[in-house]
Design a protein around this ligand. Structure first.
Ligand SMILES: [Zn+2]
Length: 232
């Protein structure tokens, strides 16, 4: 799977060999963690993208909504569960500080983004660089800094560095949504709705932008591969 691939919820679960229910999944399989994000207008958390698409600032998660906690948005995001174990916030926080303070390699985190009901985009492999707590509306929330770093793990897939460079930049969620609507969730060349990918019309390596919908289109796997063959 490449960054920018569009997959169904079930395909995402199959890829991770897990029934993904929560947004933060520390060491889901071996030492790889998985984060689900959503930057849609009604998304519950204030995630953001910085540094021309290489850095993701991901917000930690609230306490579960229960009769004891009817309003999670006014409660500090928890480091510990009532049992005293670290929450997912705590696990990611501790791992990030271990890396930021020492020489440990960053934790590897695969990031998926919700595009639409049941439709997700693989955003790539990230390194967990840092974490902190900050005030937001009079409560404390966690923030996690992740850097897109496909090269950390998938060198074997990066046959052509120039093609690979397109995968070194996150396409901002608003651009993805605009492209998805404009192209009606179909390959612009054949109308297929299977194995779609967000494609840079002019490659990033050739000066094309990730930041404008005019330079991004939906292609099916067949046409995506056909285009790369032409470029190479
Ligand atoms: Zn096609």
């Amino acid at each position: 799977m490449k960054p920018g691939d569009v997959i169904s919820y079930l395909e995402m679960c199959a890829e991770e060999k897990a029934n993904l229910q929560r947004g933060m999944n520390y060491h889901l399989r071996g030492d790889i963690s998985v984060i689900l994000m959503s930057l849609r207008p009604n998304a519950p958390y204030a995630d953001r993208i910085e540094n021309d698409g290489r850095i993701l600032i991901y917000e930690g998660h609230d306490v579960p909504k229960t009769s004891d906690n009817p309003s999670p948005k006014v409660v500090d995001q928890p480091m510990y569960n009532p049992s005293g174990n670290l929450t997912q916030n705590g696990l990611f926080y501790k791992a990030a500080l271990n890396h930021a303070k020492g020489n440990l390699k960053p934790e590897l985190v695969r990031v998926y983004e919700k595009l639409h009901a049941g439709i997700w985009v693989y955003n790539g492999m990230f390194g967990l660089l840092d974490a902190w707590q900050e005030k937001s509306n009079a409560r404390s929330v966690f923030k996690f800094k992740l850097e897109l770093s496909e090269e950390l793990t998938s060198n074997r897939q990066l046959v052509q560095r120039e093609v690979a460079l397109d995968h070194d930049r996150l396409i901002p969620p608003a651009v993805k949504l605009a492209v998805w609507k404009r192209d009606k969730g179909r390959c612009v060349l054949c109308g297929s709705t299977d194995n779609l990918h967000f494609d840079h019309i002019i490659p990033y390596s050739k000066g094309g932008s990730s930041l404008v919908a005019e330079n991004i289109q939906l292609l099916c796997a067949r046409h995506n591969i056909a285009k790369k063959d032409r470029i190479e």
